[in-house]
Design a protein around this ligand. Structure first.
Ligand SMILES: [Fe+2]
Ligand SMILES: [Fe+2]
Length: 275
């Protein structure tokens, strides 16, 4: 594919982006739609499940509740691209179901009360999540990494639920949500592979900070009790540094065919660096 002045704005690339989005959307409509009220066995919630699991579900719900910031701040960056704008609109719909279904489980299982959840929502909306990066390519990288990490969090949490006695309702929810998150990772990866065909160095420069300075959104900087929340996630071995390196860092660099040397970045000659 030919290089363009602006790697994200060529008509040729925009056409390819749009085809990726339409395939993603058509596949989602065919295979991945689920209904909160009808498709979860709500009468099989387990009120006796380990409270540590419910605490982690609450933390993930809070992260999902920042949806208004995620959508409203990223859409302006994608305003000039139909493929990316339509994707973010569909993505927002899918993400909106995640906080709804997790909140429903916390209530129906008896692990949280209505008052508690209203209080949590109020606290979330008191604080604002801001874009960690100001450019659209950087945000695509950030999102790809976050979506894969989020998929792993939900998938691993489901495994802990099963190991701790099970909860068929929560297990079904975590299956639906983790499949959505893996699909989100997949389309961001396809977008990025497309850009790599045009300007590999530009993409690598945007990939390095997303992988080298990874943090879970909101948990680290916005939520109350963030240290306790992170410790609970680690204690259950839902997510930690080892899982990140193996299942996110190396998984993504392998998937994109990026070498260790490329992840270190270009060497700056001493004479040119002025040292
Ligand atoms: Fe989500
Ligand atoms: Fe997602």
């Amino acid at each position: 594919m030919k290089a363009c002045n602006d790697a994200l704005m060529c008509p040729e690339i925009e056409g390819a982006l749009w085809r990726i989005y339409r395939d993603f959307f058509d596949a989602a409509e065919r295979k991945r739609r689920w209904r909160i009220r009808e498709d979860v066995p709500w009468n099989e919630c387990n009120p006796n499940l380990d409270p540590a699991i419910a605490d982690v579900v609450e933390s993930f719900t809070a992260v999902e509740l920042y949806l208004p910031d995620y959508v409203s701040k990223v859409l302006p960056l994608a305003r000039n691209s139909m493929g990316r704008s339509w994707f973010y609109a569909n993505w927002g719909y899918e993400e909106s179901k995640h906080s709804l279904v997790l909140t429903d489980w916390l209530l129906k299982s008896g692990h949280r009360t209505e008052e508690y959840m209203h209080d949590l929502e109020r606290k979330v909306f008191e604080r604002e999540w801001n874009l960690p990066l100001g450019d659209s390519l950087g945000m695509l990288m950030y999102a790809m990494v976050q979506e894969l990490a989020t998929f792993l969090n939900y998938r691993n949490l489901k495994q802990r639920v099963i190991a701790k006695g099970g909860d068929p309702a929560l297990e079904q929810i975590l299956t639906f949500v983790s499949v959505d998150e893996k699909a989100h990772y997949g389309i961001f990866k396809e977008f990025i592979e497309l850009f790599m065909q045009v300007d590999r160095d530009l993409v690598l420069a945007a990939l390095r900070p997303s992988l080298n300075q990874f943090q879970m959104p909101a948990i680290h900087d916005l939520l109350d009790d963030n240290k306790r929340r992170i410790t609970q996630i680690r204690d259950l071995e839902v997510f930690n540094e080892e899982i990140f390196m193996r299942d996110v860092y190396y998984y993504i660099t392998n998937a994109l065919g990026v070498t260790k040397a490329e992840m270190k970045g270009p060497r700056v000659k001493k004479s040119l660096a002025g040292v």
